[in-house]
Ligand binder design. Structure first.
Ligand SMILES: [Zn+2]
Ligand SMILES: [Zn+2]
Ligand SMILES: [Zn+2]
Length: 566
């Protein structure tokens, strides 16, 4: 069979002779994966549903010539028979993935042999264990991309309808599940790697923990769990590329019922332009960065808004400031989202003990060493149904502030005096003559009460002091904060005490910088959003609103005037 016959999509595939491929299971598993006769007990199965797989066992599981001559012949015969059954007319092949497919057809490629498909427990979609044109099988591709982890086998598959889970603790994350073939009897047990497969009590049950093997090898489920579709079947199926899989997964985030056909609709294919090293002008810069910023904002918003949780149990309290606080525990999510101090949440009451109510508060406690609870302080105390404790719903509120700030991007595009000529051209990647400040460099670059700088940190400080714009990069833990604080210290010394404005992309980063700069002995004022004023941090005492509270009236006015002038 020539590879060319398969067309361009075959370029990424390595083809085996198909008959041989079937015999070796189209996989590279060693003989330790041989199970010709076993049952698969699991917590979700009753005794009666434990299956003797021997009867429905396919030739794919036998590998490495372990089978005897007669067995081999029988397998060849069986395979040839299967191949014959697979001879379809041309138009039938066409129809394979356009006709109404059963519900359990692979959502990527349409393969619907019950022994080759697995259902994702989270989204209830089915996927096959074939690779098609991708490096991993379709089901693994889906689980990884969608961050789903639990699956159920098809009722007509080799093992019957089975939820894959740890026999001992019931954990269902397939990425930590493996199996141990029990020594004496023909039983294979699914166990999670930690802690169950590592338990000493296994020995008592005659299970050898050394024999533990993951259920997923080479980015496919082991073929005795879920069969690999034959080469023929994979070729007959819809050819879906990794890129199309990506897009389909993206579409499902908006519309769970999206199909392969939706990929062809206009608009789906619009890829944002890639960033460049050099830009013509601010206008082009904004044309490229604008859509990227919007994509990120849209994603962020969608993520937050999709996190609504119901059936929340609430515990009420009143803070020292007399504000109503509600505590609750959130369900664990696998999402990318992290809850932070100051985030806004909306609590709604849906029960019948009180009229409908909703209130907004900001997070004052996140899950930590002192407990899993989340606490929010309500913005206003009115009408909160503090006599009720259940039937609450929690919404995550998306704030556009950080993205609204990108308005500066527009200004940058239309007004080339919005920043200095030097910065304008540097940002656009143009050749700019180097500007060096004539300044008195200090003898010692390190700042008081901060760790001594190493050579590259000294270089960074020196570089920054002499130039209008510097970019300092480094992996975590290389002392960027100390270097930054030292630069601020040296800048203040150079300007004879003049004010230095310091900003950072997150509140935590600003807090850390504030703390370090304060240590050098400089006077620091930490500014924060009104909504964060009530939030405690190690540098609360440096926050403007707290500094004002602690000084007397006249000085307060003086300070405010200073700030207005600055
Ligand atoms: Zn899923
Ligand atoms: Zn598939
Ligand atoms: Zn376990």
């Amino acid at each position: 069979m020539s590879v060319d016959a398969y067309g361009p999509s075959s370029q990424t595939l390595t083809f085996l002779d198909t008959e041989e491929a079937d015999l070796i299971g189209a996989d590279t598993q060693g003989s330790e994966f041989d199970f010709t006769d076993f049952t698969l007990p699991s917590q979700s199965q009753t005794q009666a549903s434990q299956l003797d797989v021997g009867q429905t066992h396919s030739p794919q599981v036998q590998v490495n010539g372990d089978i005897g001559k007669n067995g081999l012949d029988a397998d060849v015969a069986a395979t040839t028979q299967t191949l014959r059954e697979l001879q379809f007319e041309e138009d039938e092949e066409e129809a394979y993935y356009t006709k109404d497919l059963p519900e359990f057809a692979c959502k990527y490629c349409g393969i619907h042999d019950p022994s080759c498909v697995v259902m994702c427990n989270v989204c209830k979609k089915w996927f096959c264990n074939g690779r098609g044109n991708t490096s991993g099988s379709h089901i693994i591709n889906h689980l990884v991309r969608a961050k789903h982890k639990e699956v159920t086998l098809h009722k007509d598959g080799p093992l019957g309808e089975t939820v894959l889970e740890c026999y001992s603790c019931g954990v269902r994350n397939v990425f930590v599940l493996g199996f141990i073939p029990a020594k004496a009897d023909s039983v294979v047990v699914l166990l999670c790697r930690q802690p169950c497969a590592a338990q000493n009590s296994l020995k008592d049950m005659n299970w050898d923990q050394e024999q533990w093997k993951p259920l997923i090898a080479d980015r496919c489920f082991l073929s005795w769990l879920v069969k690999l579709p034959s080469e023929q079947e994979q070729l007959r199926a819809r050819q879906i590329s990794a890129q199309q899989i990506n897009k389909l997964e993206e579409l499902w985030k908006d519309n769970v019922d999206a199909t392969f056909q939706d990929l062809e609709k206009p608009g789906v294919d619009e890829e944002p332009q890639q960033v460049l090293l050099r830009y013509e002008d601010g206008y082009q810069y904004q044309n490229i960065f604008g859509p990227l910023v919007k994509l990120e904002a849209d994603y962020d918003k969608k993520l937050k808004e999709s996190q609504t949780q119901d059936n929340i149990e609430v515990r009420w309290d009143v803070g020292l400031n007399k504000k109503t606080i509600s505590y609750f525990t959130l369900a664990k999510t696998d999402g990318d989202m992290k809850l932070m101090h100051g985030d806004e949440l909306r609590l709604r009451y849906l029960g019948e003990m009180h009229k409908p109510w909703s209130g907004v508060g900001h997070v004052i406690k996140i899950p930590d060493n002192f407990g899993e609870e989340v606490g929010i302080e309500l913005k206003n105390n009115c009408g909160a149904p503090t006599e009720c404790t259940s039937n609450f719903v929690l919404d995550f509120i998306w704030k556009s502030t950080s993205f609204d700030r990108q308005l500066a991007l527009k200004k940058f595009a239309v007004d080339d005096t919005s920043v200095s000529g030097y910065i304008y051209h540097r940002l656009l990647g143009h050749e700019v003559e180097e500007v060096l400040f004539r300044c008195h460099l200090p003898k010692h670059f390190s700042a008081p009460n901060l760790p001594d700088l190493n050579r590259s940190q000294v270089y960074a400080v020196k570089h920054a002091l002499q130039r209008p714009l510097s970019l300092i990069q480094g992996p975590p833990g290389t002392g960027k904060t100390v270097t930054s604080a030292t630069i601020v210290y040296q800048l203040v010394k150079q300007t004879g005490g003049g004010p230095v404005l310091v900003c950072a992309p997150s509140n935590i980063a600003v807090d850390q910088l504030t703390e370090k700069i304060h240590r050098t002995g400089l006077k620091v004022v930490r500014l924060c959003a009104k909504s964060r004023e009530a939030i405690d941090s190690p540098v609360s005492f440096l926050a403007l609103h707290n500094q004002i509270r602690s000084i007397d009236r006249s000085v307060e006015c003086f300070l405010l005037i200073l700030w207005l002038v600055a």
